[in-house]
Write a protein that binds this ligand. Structure first.
Ligand code: BYC
Length: 312
């Protein structure tokens, strides 16, 4: 039997209205949001690593300042998203614990290395480009705090995508060695960026329910296709070849044909066996441990301020 609270929840979803933290919600809705938002937050935080590694080696002061701003943005995104997840009843400490003990998922894309400066361009163009395609529809996610966090995040992601495109454009107008470096980076990031959208629709166990709850607005394959449609003309402007010999427009289906994605690689990365999984979690764990004195000092200061407020 449907209770009044359930009926109200269903009504809000049907009306494309927002569910807010104090509203009643089914346990499974709460759980799936915690799952998706915490994974998303972890991705932003782990995503700082491949780029953070290039801050000291950026080729000019201007490039360094831009890269620093971008990496700081990712930290901010992680914080908005952890805050959104906290409104659902999980603590930041619990989420951090899940991440540093290797129990939490985060985006497969951040388990690949970034060995050259051109990787900064490819990450910005492809990874942030994929992130925008996936995340713009999430601005309309039915859970209020998540949707609102995504609005701000998407504005910043579009700057990130542009800066990646501009790095590649500069390299493509440079020497043959620079052009080769740009093409090589795109060759390595192209397929993993297509995997970011998740498994094919017929192997996506969460999609049906998340779509019914209006958390997801488009399927994994639909967003992957939308991303391809965005990439092809941009690759032409860059003079870069997308590394798929079967990539071509199909008039009948109205979308691009492409080669089969190597899903074995994707599931290996998800199982913790990608090129950088161990290193990424180790670095995050070490940063957390090294930051213990900062957390202790902040807590001691907060206690002092609270005691002062009581005494006054
Ligand atoms: N990596 O049923 P499915 C960014 C998991 S961008 C790892 O389709 P769902 C950034 C999935 O979690 C990246 N795991 O799931 C950009 C599920 O496992 P569980 C972060 C993946 O949730 C630049 C299982 O596979 N963006 O932040 O309906 C710089 C079955 O999948 C992946 C987001 O997180 C993957 N690629 O759809 C810095 C966006 N794909 O949980 C940072 C928000 C799937 O059942 N998230 N899995 O154990 C989403 O939109 C959705 O969660 C997904 C997956 C489309 C990713």
């Amino acid at each position: 039997m449907t209770t009044d609270a359930e009926a109200r929840f269903d009504e809000l979803i049907a009306a494309d209205s927002r569910i807010e933290p104090r509203d009643w919600m089914p346990d499974a809705y709460r759980k799936t949001l915690i799952r998706q938002i915490s994974q998303h937050a972890h991705s932003e935080i782990i995503g700082m690593q491949p780029e953070g590694n290039w801050i000291t080696r950026a080729p000019s002061l201007k490039r360094k300042a831009i890269l620093m701003a971008k990496v700081q943005d990712e930290a901010g995104h992680g914080l908005y998203l952890y805050s959104a997840a906290q409104t659902l009843g999980i603590t930041r400490d619990e989420m951090t614990e899940q991440l540093i003990t290797g129990r939490a998922k985060y985006s497969s894309i951040f388990n690949y290395p970034a060995p050259t400066w051109a990787d900064m361009g490819a990450i910005g163009w492809l990874v942030d480009g994929a992130a925008i395609c996936n995340q713009v529809p999430l601005c309309r996610a039915s859970y209020g705090p998540y949707g609102r966090a995504m609005v701000r995040i998407c504005k910043e992601e579009s700057f990130h995508q542009r800066q990646g495109f501009e790095i590649l454009l500069t390299l493509m107008q440079g020497t043959p060695a620079q052009r080769e470096m740009a093409q090589d980076a795109v060759n390595r990031w192209y397929w993993p960026s297509l995997m970011m959208f998740g498994p094919p629709d017929d192997q996506s166990p969460n999609s049906a329910q998340s779509t019914a709850w209006k958390i997801k607005r488009f399927s994994n394959d639909e967003l992957r296709q939308r991303f391809l449609g965005m990439l092809v003309p941009q690759a032409e402007i860059l003079g870069i070849t997308l590394p798929d010999e079967n990539l071509r427009w199909n008039d009948e289906t109205g979308q691009y044909d492409m080669s089969e994605i190597d899903w074995t690689e994707f599931f290996e990365v998800l199982a913790g066996r990608g090129p950088m999984n161990t290193e990424r979690v180790r670095a995050r764990r070490e940063a957390h441990e090294n930051g213990e004195w900062v957390r202790e000092a902040a807590a001691a200061y907060a206690r002092k301020q609270a005691a002062k407020a009581v005494a006054a």
